[in-house]
Write a protein that binds this ligand. Sequence first.
Ligand code: PBG
Ligand code: ZN
Length: 333
Amino acid sequence: MPFQPIAGYPLHRPRRLRAHPRLRELTRESHLTVSDLIYPIFVYHGANLRREVPSMPGQYQLSLDRLGEAVAEVAELGIPGILLFGIPEHKDTFGSAATRDDGIVQEAIRITRRQAPNLLIITDLCFCEYTDHGHCGPLSEAGGRLDVDNDATLPLLAQQALSHARAGADMIAPSGMMDGMVQAIRHGLDGAGFTHIPIMSYAAKFASGYYGPFRDAAESAPSFGDRRGYQMDPANGDEAIREVALDLAEGADIVMVKPALAYLDIARRVKDTFGVPVAAYNVSGEYAMVKAAALRGWIDERRIVLETLTGFKRAGIDMILTYHALDVARWLS
Ligand code: PBG
Ligand code: ZN
């Protein structure tokens, strides 16, 4: 440590820098701003639908005809980007609705582009909202276990990415934790001339209990088993670094850590190890806990959310995917 007590020398006093509010501002190390935020949106089949998700107060399933007003508000608040999820009417074993050029997310991209031309449109790339079994790709049996077929999923992911790119997506965010997914998507995009579209990879995504409310919103809970065969064990930090290294080697432009709160050590290690742009997903269960306590008047929601998100910045996170984005944008303005 730089400060060794010296006999007879005045006591060092950190409190000197805390007394004046302006001096606290000048010495503040991390800053949360509206430009750090990405807002996730659930687009749901049907018409004239704006249905609140019971476990996510303030978040809605929106039909395509109600999306325009929502994205206009996001843009108005100065939030740089949205992350689109689609919940289609028809699901099947392969999740074939995900790769259609007239699919729900593809249409949502076009509507967003029209309503909010300057908003960054990011699309979540996975199959769990589109398969009837709720897993993140087609299934096959290996070693007596039914699980997602990794290599059969890769070309489908490339197709899905291409249909998003053709519809006008600005960035693709694959969330399925398949081995080789970034490379497959990068090759697919490059081969069709979309070399300019970046990939934000869910690189270190853990098999987490915190996704519960999201699966209500996206109707994507697996109908059997769980996702531990493809998402990471929450106990593993070194493995997260290896996962991030692989995704970067395969061409990821931004790497994501998910969830955020219980994994800030991972975010810090990723930032220090690779020095690349790091995103964190402040997931549905994290949101639900804050909302539940706030609705009972047990916590000061604004203070707690701003403190939490500032903590993400301090941990080295560059951008935050959060359902609190609209509130935060209002609080900071
Ligand atoms: C789908 C996906 C999930 C989330 C984002 N993309 C859920 C899952 O893996 O089951 C979770 C987001 C949240 O909880 O807010 N692959
Ligand atoms: Zn999935």
